[in-house]
Design a protein. Structure first.
Length: 535
């Protein structure tokens, strides 16, 4: 029998031994989980309402509250006037009523006296009269009876109502004294049970904001919703807020002699934001200010909120899968924009769009990222494998494993770089699921398939090839293959014995061989490093 002079085992065999050091393989990005925690509620510019509440409870007066949030301003008088508030437009019909007789005057000065009760107006503006009906000329001004309020679609309003026919629809505007308007605003913007000094600060801020933001070029001055301030008419009035409006009557916030645009919002989270950071334009009296007084707010700190990558992609309208995200942070802690890393490149999302799309309370957010990546190669039994991913802006990330996803065991703390890239070397002995865990959140699970460690042993003669399989997969099928020009070709099949060894008897000729163990018992297919047999 011919004796084999040389047997060369390729370096791959040595790399698969238990003492080898792992090298980070190229990996496929896994599914990311974004952990959003935040502070405050609202845009963050101007007066924090919970801050005003805290300052008032600490003994500060309303003028001190306003001076803190609107830097360099002072209080001053403003001329009283009527304001025109848009209540509705695009209506097909409206109902106006009064508990006492009232009057309607049309654009030509024609006056119509109407009895107490409701009337329904449509775009033709026909009015009931003693002789039947008559058509009024748009716009109609509805004037209340003595010491009475007018009702529009079931809600009471002070002052007059103007009804105009516009392109086949109706527009309704409430014409009322500024102070009456404010009575219907303040209780809707701040709880009426709050300290009186906070309510006074809110009244002055609302008055100033209204006068500084009158609508131009339209037949009304203010909207009745958040485009101006929420106005509910008499239904929105409360005795304590009405008292605050009257106690500050005519007072506004002035900067350099002009009425200031007094933005306000619910909760700062501890610091207000500058107009430059949030709106993109600088205003000298709207700068970032410390705000330790709003800690009583339930929204002072909030979260975490868990948002999957696919949910984020859908809500932001991004075409490609999102792999990572990081915020561009302003000096007040809020983010100016969010930079997304996707499979096809990067893109930026403005903070305001992020907030509205995700329904976040504010843009003062910290965006943690958890992502565990799929190694490009199958793990080998007992061999070290470095798992990599991202664990950014979250405390104490730990790697955990589970055989079936129902019970998880922590493996160890991840090694983390300043960029947030995290990794840990594991030595899996069976197929497992892994995930990164932090308090209150965990990354999507990653299945790491483990293949048996298969080794071909250099033969002592030319009658057989032998090898070992770890773990000892007794009965597992083994295929011996030889490299040909066309690729790997099967030359013999055998099975693993109880000791975890196998023997394939055939005439062994010089060439390159390998052993392939079929997937079984929860293990992936295993392939031995290539063995070169030389004669």
């Amino acid at each position: 029998m011919r004796h084999f002079l040389a047997l060369i085992v390729l370096a791959a065999v040595a790399a698969a031994t238990a003492g080898a050091q792992p090298t980070p393989p190229a990996s496929t990005p896994g599914e990311a989980l974004f952990v959003v925690s935040g502070r405050g509620w609202g845009h963050g510019v101007g007066m924090s309402q919970y801050g005003a509440y805290g300052m008032a409870n600490a003994g500060r007066t309303y003028d001190q509250i306003l001076a803190h949030y609107y830097t360099g301003t002072e209080l001053g008088p403003a001329a009283t006037k009527d304001v025109r508030v848009l209540l509705a437009e695009g209506s097909r019909a409206v109902t106006i009523s009064s508990t006492v007789p009232f009057t309607i005057v049309d654009a030509k000065g024609e006056k119509y006296k109407l009895p107490a009760g409701p009337i329904v107006l449509r775009p033709n503006l026909s009015l009931p009269t003693a002789d039947g009906t008559a058509g009024g000329i748009s716009p109609l001004v509805v004037r209340p009876g003595k010491k009475a309020a007018l009702s529009f679609d079931g809600s009471l309003y002070r002052g007059k109502l103007e009804v105009a026919a516009v392109a086949g629809f109706l527009r309704v505007v409430n014409i009322a004294p500024l102070e009456s308007y404010l009575q219907g605003v303040v209780a809707g913007e701040m709880p009426h049970t709050w300290p009186s000094e906070a309510l006074k600060a809110q009244a002055v801020a609302a008055r100033s904001y209204a006068l500084a933001n009158l609508v131009k070029g339209r037949p009304f001055d203010l909207y009745s919703d958040v485009r101006s301030q929420v106005y509910q008419g008499i239904a929105g009035e409360k005795p304590r807020t009405t008292e605050a409006v009257r106690a500050t009557a005519g007072q506004v916030v002035l900067y350099a002699g002009r009425i200031a645009t007094t933005y306000y919002f619910s909760t700062s989270g501890g610091k207000t934001a500058s107009a430059a950071d949030v709106f993109g334009f600088a205003v000298p009296y709207l700068v970032s200010r410390p705000d330790p007084w709003d800690s009583a707010s339930p929204h002072h700190r909030w979260g975490p909120e868990l948002i999957g990558a696919r949910t984020l992609q859908s809500k932001l309208g991004v075409d490609a899968r999102i792999l990572d995200a990081a915020g561009v942070v302003t000096s007040s802690g809020r983010i100016r924009s969010l930079t997304l890393q996707t499979e096809v490149g990067s893109s930026n999302v403005p903070a305001a769009l992020l907030r509205t799309s995700l329904g976040l309370r504010s843009t003062w957010v910290t965006i943690g990222v958890l992502r565990l990546d799929q190694p490009s190669e199958t793990a080998v039994f007992g061999a070290p494998l470095r798992l990599t991913g991202i664990a950014r802006a979250l405390a104490l990330p730990m790697l955990a494993s589970s055989p079936d996803g129902s019970r998880w065991t922590q493996v160890g703390a991840l090694q983390r770089e300043t960029s947030g890239v995290a990794s840990l070397v594991v030595t899996p002995e069976r197929t497992l699921r892994y995930r990164i865990e932090v308090e209150g959140a965990a990354s999507p699970a990653l299945l790491v398939q483990v293949a048996p460690r298969v080794k071909l042993v250099p033969p002592v003669d030319a009658t057989a090839l032998i090898g070992t399989v770890r773990p000892r997969l007794s009965g597992a099928a083994v295929t011996i293959e030889r490299r040909r020009r066309s690729g790997w070709v099967r030359v013999r099949r055998t099975t693993v014995d109880a000791a975890g060894a196998f023997r394939a008897r055939f005439a062994v000729t010089p060439g390159s061989y390998r052993a392939r163990v079929a997937a079984s018992a929860g293990y992936a297919e295993g392939i031995a490093p290539e063995l070169e047999v030389a004669g």
